[in-house]
Each structure stands twice: as structure tokens, then as C-alpha cells.
Write a protein that binds this ligand. Structure first.
Ligand SMILES: Cc1ncc(COP(=O)(O)O)c(C=O)c1O
Length: 487
């Protein structure tokens, strides 16, 4: 390589030249479903790449056009106020936690399978997390949902709970109706904070699951870039109650976001709101029609199983985002990872995600019958190609450890730490987080004791070579622990 090379530009061009069939985020499917305003803007992108010049307002103190655009967004989603985010929902999640928790005694009830930005918010705020473990859907080996009863139990047990944090829908499209939970939270006079990163589209078609704002959640963050046609990174934080200190929340947003917000990203939020209000219902109706047909056809392929409502075990507060399809492929005799690779290499199809058992496909807005048919035919062909393979047994589901939090994640983060061999970490306090995929739930977080159960689990993960996401050594030969003098 030399300075004349532009490896990223080349890779992007090469990728786009392949004209892949996209079943992944962002939902606009590489510009196939966007507002005309964004089509025009996209033609002269540099012309519109402006900052806070006269008449264009200021994201961090909006009084003009940004304030108006945010007001329209609030009206469209049904919130009291809405704030544009240019650092993704991650920044909104951090801001909402930081705005309600600020002391070590402040307890946050939080699902253990929450997105990693939740841990960042907990570290920034100093909150003491009480984790609620999700049920596992064994057939797919994925994290399912948290039981409202569990949340209620913890709420009764702990005195100083400052907020309940919830995730809906999950990455696998499982949505929880939050009516009861918001009533429970509000009886205790605490706010319900919701990560609805994957659910911005729920508000624009009545056949979609019920949105968290409609259930009375106090703060809700949504990635409009994931499911509602905005550009990548463009998200919205909605405020929906009087239980939040607005000035503090705004300050948190100022601290966590750039002082040079991109007008292209903000414009894409304005355009996405308009597009969803005007056309969302029809676009989603089409996607639902394509999804339902595809689900039916895929279910007819021997060896393939589709995550459906009956896997949610009659929990009447749960529903599925039907436009996101979880396809278990182990019955064909190959893993989810292999399937995603075959689809990409041999069939020009790119999926959203793969794990050892499943692939996840997103139909996006205004889904295409032809694309859905191409996916069906590809999977049918893959099934034929591997017909001599024996169905892969589901990997043994490892019982997830439930470590005890002894110091807050913030204290662990701020402490001096050292790296030791994993085998030598028994009884130590972790300075890092390690999540294993599937099911994508952290086995250990900063501030938790590495018990025998945790150590055995991590050793088995290492031996099996499972995919992990961590803030330390990804080979798991070593682990970062808090230095003794810090405890
Ligand atoms: C469940 C969940 N929450 C939050 C986020 C963060 O969203 P963003 O990428 O907009 O920062 C993600 C990202 O994938 C996610 O899956």
C-alpha cells in the first residue's frame, strides 16, 4: 500500500458493484426506500455538508429549524419532546442512564442481555446494576425476554431503585408490551427507560408490535437508521414524562455528542420522519406481506425452522417483528456462520447476522418479493447441496453463570487492573466484560467475582472456540482483574 491507495473507498465501491441483495440494516436497503428529499440531497452531498451557519440552528441549543424538526418528530411518535442523535442510539442510552443515576447507591434494574452501551452508561453514571436474566429460547439458543414478574420481585427487594431499563424489541425481533411495567414503575415513582433501537418502525403500522411510547415509557431511544430509512448513526431520544430532569438530560446529550453534528445526518432524520408518516403504513404493509409469504415458504424447507410466536410460549405480552426473520439452519447440517458465508459468496445475498445456529434477515421497508424469492431459492439450493450432511445437533446449551456484583462497574473501570492467566483468576474481581455468542449475554461484567462457576464456563467457552465480545483478551488466555489494593 502507498499514499495513492484508498483501501476503504475501494472496498466500498467493490462491494456496491456486486449489487448484493440486502437483508440487513439500514432498512432503506442501500437507498431503495428513501424520501425524495434525501435522493435530491444525496446528489450534491458536499453542498449540503454545512455547520451552524445563519438560519441552520444549533443541535445543542435548538430554537429554529432543528427545534421545529424535533417537534414534528415528537408529534409523529407521540412523545413530549424528541432529541436528534448523531452518535447513534448508543449515545442516547448512555445519556438516559446518566440523567437518572449519579451515585453508587443508585440502583438500575437492567436486562443482562442489554446492548453494550448500557454498560457504558452504567460506568459513566456510577450506578449499581441489578441484572435481570432473560429466559433462553432453547430451540434457537437465543436470549428471549425478561419476565415482568422478575422485575417486580427486584423492585420490591431493593429500596433505592432509580429506574428500570428495558430492551424491546430484542435483536432477534422479540417485542414486549410494556403497559404493565410502566404502571409498576410509575407506582414506585421511578422512570422506565427503553432501548427501542430496533423498533422505530413500530409506530407506523398497526400490525406491528406496540411501541414503548404508547405504553407510557418515560425515555425511549430509537435507531431510525436501523429500521426507518435514516442514515447510519441517526437516532432519536424521546422524552415522554415529567419524571425526568430535562436540563440534566440535555446536558448529558451535550456531553456525549459531538459539537459538530452532521447536518446530513440530522436532515436524514427529518426526511425519515416525514417519509414514515406519509408512506410508512404502506411500505410496512408490503414488507409484512412479503415477510409472511417468505416465512411460510422457508418453513416448508426440511431442516429449516423459523422463530415464530409459538416459540414464545404463550406469553401474551410478547410479539414478533415479523419483518425480521430468525432462521435456524442446523437441521440442514451446517451452522449459521456457514450459511451466511455461502449466501454471500455463492448467491450474492447479504444477511443481517449469523450465529452458530441461526441467520437473521431483515426485510426492511418496501420489501421486495423478488429478493425474498431469491433468498428462498438460495436456501433451498443450499439444503440440496448439503443433503448428505446429517442435521447438526444444537450446540450444548451451557448454563450461564450469574456472578455477584461486588463493586460497581465504574469502580472496577476506574481501579488499577492487571492481566492474569484465566486459570489464575479464581476469586478475583473482573475488570472487564465478556459476552459469549450465542446467546450474547455477558458471562462476566466489571465489578463481578470470578467464581468457580464463571471460571469453568469461560474455560469451556475457550475450549469450544465460541465467539466472544469482550473488553480484554479475545482468545481468553488471559483476563483483566482489579488489583487487590483497590478493593
Ligand atoms: C439492542 C441495541 N440497542 C442499541 C444499539 C445501539 O444502537 P446504535 O448503533 O444506533 O448506536 C444496538 C446496535 O446494534 C442494539 O442492537
Amino acid at each position: 500500500m502507498n499514499q495513492l491507495d484508498m483501501p476503504l473507498i475501494d472496498a466500498l465501491k467493490e462491494y456496491c458493484d456486486k449489487n448484493k441483495i440486502a437483508f440487513h440494516i439500514p432498512a432503506h436497503r442501500q437507498g431503495k426506500s428513501i424520501s425524495n428529499a434525501m435522493v435530491d440531497l444525496g446528489k450534491e452531498i458536499f453542498k449540503y455538508d454545512l455547520t451552524e451557519v445563519h438560519g441552520l440552528d444549533d443541535l445543542h441549543s435548538p430554537k429554529g429549524v432543528i427545534a421545529q424538526a424535533q417537534k414534528l418528530a415528537a408529534r409523529a411518535f407521540g412523545s413530549k419532546e424528541s432529541y436528534f442523535l448523531v452518535n447513534g442510539s448508543s449515545s442516547g442510552i448512555e445519556a438516559m442512564i446518566l440523567s437518572v443515576c449519579s451515585k453508587e447507591e443508585d440502583i438500575l434494574l437492567v436486562p443482562r442481555h442489554a446492548h453494550r452501551s448500557v454498560l457504558s452508561g452504567i460506568i459513566l453514571s456510577g450506578a449499581f446494576p441489578v441484572y435481570i436474566y432473560p429466559e433462553i429460547i432453547d430451540e434457537f439458543n437465543i436470549a428471549g425476554f425478561v419476565s415482568i414478574e422478575e422485575v417486580k420481585k427486584e423492585l420490591e427487594y431493593y429500596e433505592n431503585v432509580k429506574a428500570i431499563f428495558m430492551l424491546t424489541p430484542t435483536y432477534y425481533g422479540i417485542a414486549t408490551c410494556l403497559d404493565e411495567l410502566s404502571t409498576v414503575a410509575h407506582k414506585k415513582e421511578i422512570p422506565l427507560l427503553v432501548d427501542e433501537a430496533h423498533g422505530a418502525h413500530f409506530y407506523f403500522n398497526d400490525s406491528m408490535p406496540k411501541g414503548a411510547l404508547k405504553s407510557g415509557a418515560d425515555l425511549v431511544v430509537q435507531s431510525l437508521h436501523k429500521t426507518a430509512s435514516a442514515l447510519t448513526q441517526a437516532s432519536i431520544l424521546h422524552l415522554n414524562s415529567n419524571r425526568i430532569n430535562i436540563n440534566k438530560l440535555k446536558w448529558c446529550l451535550q456531553m456525549l455528542q459531538t459539537t459538530s453534528p452532521s447536518y446530513i445526518l440530522m436532515a436524514s432524520l427529518d426526511a425519515a420522519r416525514n417519509y414514515m408518516v406519509v408512506k410508512g403504513r404502506d411500505l410496512l404493509a408490503k414488507s409484512l406481506e412479503v415477510a409472511r409469504k417468505l416465512r411460510k415458504k422457508l418453513s416448508s424447507i426440511k431442516g429449516i425452522e423459523i422463530l415464530s410466536h409459538h416459540h414464545l410460549k404463550n406469553y401474551d405480552i410478547l410479539s414478533l417483528d415479523e419483518t425480521r426473520i430468525v432462521i435456524k439452519v442446523t437441521g440442514i447440517g451446517i451452522t449459521g456462520y456457514q450459511t451466511a458465508e455461502l449466501l454471500s459468496e455463492d448467491y450474492n445475498i447479504e444477511v443481517e447476522m449469523a450465529d452458530s445456529c441461526n441467520i437473521v434477515v431483515l426485510l426492511g421497508l418496501d420489501a421486495s418479493f423478488d429478493d425474498a424469492d431469491a433468498l428462498y431459492r438460495a436456501l433451498l439450493d443450499i439444503k440440496e447441496r448439503f443433503s448428505t450432511f446429517k442435521a447438526k445437533s444444537m450446540p450444548k446449551i451451557m448454563r450461564l453463570p450469574k456472578p455477584v456484583v461486588v463493586i460497581t462497574p465504574r469502580k472496577a473501570f476506574m481501579s488499577s487492573s492487571k492481566t492474569v492467566a484465566l486459570e489464575e483468576s479464581l476469586g478475583e474481581v473482573s475488570a472487564c466484560s465478556i459476552a459469549v455468542y450465542p446467546p450474547g449475554i455477558p458471562a462476566i461484567c466489571p465489578g463481578e467475582i470470578i467464581t468457580e462457576e464463571v471460571l469453568e464456563y469461560l474455560l469451556e467457552v475457550r475450549e469450544r472456540g465460541l465467539h466472544i465480545q469482550c473488553s480484554c483478551d479475545s482468545t481468553l488466555k488471559t483476563i483483566d482483574i482489579v488489583e487487590e489494593g483497590e478493593l
